[in-house]
Design a protein around this ligand. Structure first.
Ligand SMILES: [Zn+2]
Length: 83
């Protein structure tokens, strides 16, 4: 069974690929233009196992992409295959 917990500021998004207004889960800006950034699954003693959808603003998404690129580059330099 899977359920979604409500975000502190409900995000008004119908389409996960689109932009909406809501809380950025990375910088905590409220009412920012945000889009779906991914989901985390966690275990809670009160809610059991839950999947939470996270939303992020453009500057935060850019930073995440830069970090992914940097990690990708580091792994390539180390000769680790990226999967
Ligand atoms: Zn943000």
């Amino acid at each position: 069974m899977e359920f979604t917990l409500a975000a502190p500021t409900p995000v008004q998004l119908r389409d996960r690929d689109g932009w909406g207004r809501g809380l950025c889960w990375l910088c905590a800006t409220a009412e920012a233009p945000v889009r779906w950034a991914g989901a985390v699954v966690y275990a809670s003693s009160t809610h059991g196992r839950a999947r939470v959808h996270m939303y992020a603003c453009a500057p935060c998404l850019r930073q995440v992409i830069q970090l992914i690129d940097r990690q990708h580059q580091d792994k390539q330099e180390e000769g680790v295959r990226w999967r």
